[in-house]
Design a protein around this ligand. Sequence first.
Ligand code: OKP
Ligand code: ZN
Length: 342
Amino acid sequence: MKIVYTEEHRKRSARTELYGGQLVPPFECPERIDFILAEAEKRGFGAIVPPRAHGMAPVLAVHDAGYAAFLENAWANWSALGHQGEAIVTVWPARTMRPDRIPAHFEAQLGYYCLASETSISDGTWEAALASKDVALTSADLVIGGARTAFGLCRPPGHHAATDQYGGYCFFNNAAIAAQHARDKGIERVAILDVDFHHGNGTQEIFYDRDDVLFISLHGDPDQAFPHFLGFADETGSGAGEGFNLNLPMPPGTGFDVWRAALGKAMERIARFDPGLVIVSLGVDTFEKDPISFFKLTSNDFSTMGADIAALGLPTLFLMEGGYAVEEVGINTINVLEGFCV
Ligand code: OKP
Ligand code: ZN
C-alpha cells in the first residue's frame, strides 16, 4: 500500500490547546505522525510517496472562499494585533445574536469561522493545512487511477472542518475534498466511512443534502462527547440527501463487539449504495487508552477492523484523522492498514 506523506505537517506545531481551563500542549501533535511512520518502517509496511500540489480549486469545491481567505491571512492578522499567544476564539455569534454578519474586527472573525475554542491558530497552520489536503488529493488520485487502496497520512486532520468553520483540530476537510475530487473525476457515488471516535460533523454538513456522497459515522454519543451539537441518530440527511447520512452513536465504555456490529450496519448500507470509492476517515482514538475518548478497542481489534472493511471488496482510500495515545497510534493505525491488506 502506498503511503502519501510530507514533512510539511510539522509546520502545524501549535504550542497551546485550551483544555480543562488551561493552555496545554496540544493532543494533536507532530509526534503522532512520527509513531505511525516508525511503525510502518519497523514492519516493512507500505511505500512512502510525496504529495503533488493540486492548488486551491479542489478546496474551494467544498469550502467557502471567504473562509479560505480568512485562514490564509489568519496568522498575519492575529500577529498584527500584537498578542503574545496563539489565536484562540473568545467571542461567537451565539444564538441570541446575529449569526450571519461577518464582522470587521479579526478577533470577531475568529468567532464567525470557528466552531470550538480548543484549536488555536499558530504560525504555519495554513501551510500545513495546504499540505494535508494535497496528501488527501494525491492518495485519492492513486485509488481513482485503479489502485485497490492507498493511505493519505494527513495532518492536520479534517473531519470537523465544515464549509466555513474550523475546530476540533481541523482546518480543511480532507475527506470531503477527496470525495468531491473523485466525483469531479467521474466517480458517480462516493461513500465516506468515518471510524474516528468523534462525529465527523464537518463532513456531514458538507454533504447533508446530497445523494451522491453517502456519509456514515461511528462515534461517541454526542450527548457525552465532542462535538456535542451534531451527530445524533435522527440526522438522516435532507432533501435529495434524505437517507444518505447515517449516524451510529455509542455510549461510554463501548467495546469492540458492539462497535463491530455498528460497523456491520455501516457496511451493509455501503454495499447497498454501491459506490465507486470508499473513503475511510481513519481515527484510532477509539482505542481503550486514548486520553480524550471513551471507547474500549484494543490494538488487536484494529486489525479486525481493517479486515472487515476489506471484505466490502471496494476501492478504499484511508485518510488519517485522530488518535492521541501517541505511542500506540502507530501500532493501531498500521494494524488497520495491514488488516485490510491480508
Ligand atoms: C478531533 B478528532 C474533551 C474536549 C475535546 C476536541 C476534540 C477534537 C477531536 N473534553 N476537544 O476527531 O480526533
Ligand atoms: Zn477524534
